[in-house]
Design a protein. Structure first.
Length: 229
């Protein structure tokens, strides 16, 4: 199937999105997606041509780009290294596409990510959606007034901060990170956003470590992950 296929088949699903997304979502970024203008209501229709099986195969291509590093950052921990993935432009593009796909057309007003690897994916998703990017950082990194939360990591404890003017009660935020492990970082990110009065629409991750049961800390939140181990 080409990148600029025209016409629809019986299996295609029409999805409707407001015009605010149309300036970012181009077919060369989302291969297999056909754009069509709806003259009656002025909206742009994105016809999703990704079948479930094809999407599964595409995501599995990314697994070979994740490198295991034993005993890092501490003995007994097998670190999932994403640097082979991000140095491959095609793999990075596919990762962004697959992370973004479930949230096209959703009522989202901002994308937030945790320092530091989460910034890679969160900022790209924000750019594609044409939305603000909100950095959640370690203590002492943000120059303005901050809100802080403490949380437990899979290998220690930490704090996370957000600018007090980053979001407000009108915001609906997509939280993005590279990894869901114990869930502590993601939970802290959700708490920071909610302390500002905003709501968390969903959490999206490139990798999830199932054996650490991170989803238990994210009960009540929609969670989307690409690669599960």
């Amino acid at each position: 199937m080409g990148r600029h296929d025209k016409g629809l088949s019986a299996g295609d699903t029409p999805l409707y999105y407001s015009r605010q997304f149309s300036h970012r979502l181009f077919p060369h970024v989302f291969p297999g997606v056909h754009l069509q203008e709806n003259g009656q209501d002025g909206k742009v229709i994105y016809h999703n041509r990704y079948r479930v099986k094809r999407r599964s195969v595409e995501v599995e291509r990314l697994r070979g780009k994740i490198r295991d590093i034993p005993d890092f950052p501490k003995p007994g921990i097998v670190f999932k290294d994403i640097t082979p993935l991000v140095r491959d432009p095609a793999a990075l593009r596919l990762t962004v596409h697959q992370l973004l796909h479930p949230f096209l057309g959703r009522d989202i007003t901002a994308v937030a990510s945790m320092e530091a690897r989460g910034f890679i994916f969160g900022s790209l998703l924000a750019w594609e959606l044409g939305l603000p990017f909100i950095p959640l950082r370690k203590p002492g990194k943000l120059p303005y007034d901050v809100q802080t939360v403490s949380y437990e990591l899979e290998y220690g404890s930490a704090e996370l901060e957000i600018h007090t003017d980053a979001v407000d009660a009108s915001d609906k935020v997509l939280l993005v990170d590279d990894l869901l492990a114990t869930g502590g970082t993601a939970r802290a990110g959700c708490e920071l956003i909610e302390k500002q009065g905003a709501s968390v629409v969903a959490c999206a991750f490139v990798i999830e470590l199932d054996f650490l049961n991170g989803r238990n800390l994210l009960q009540g939140y929609e969670v989307h992950t690409l690669l599960r181990y």
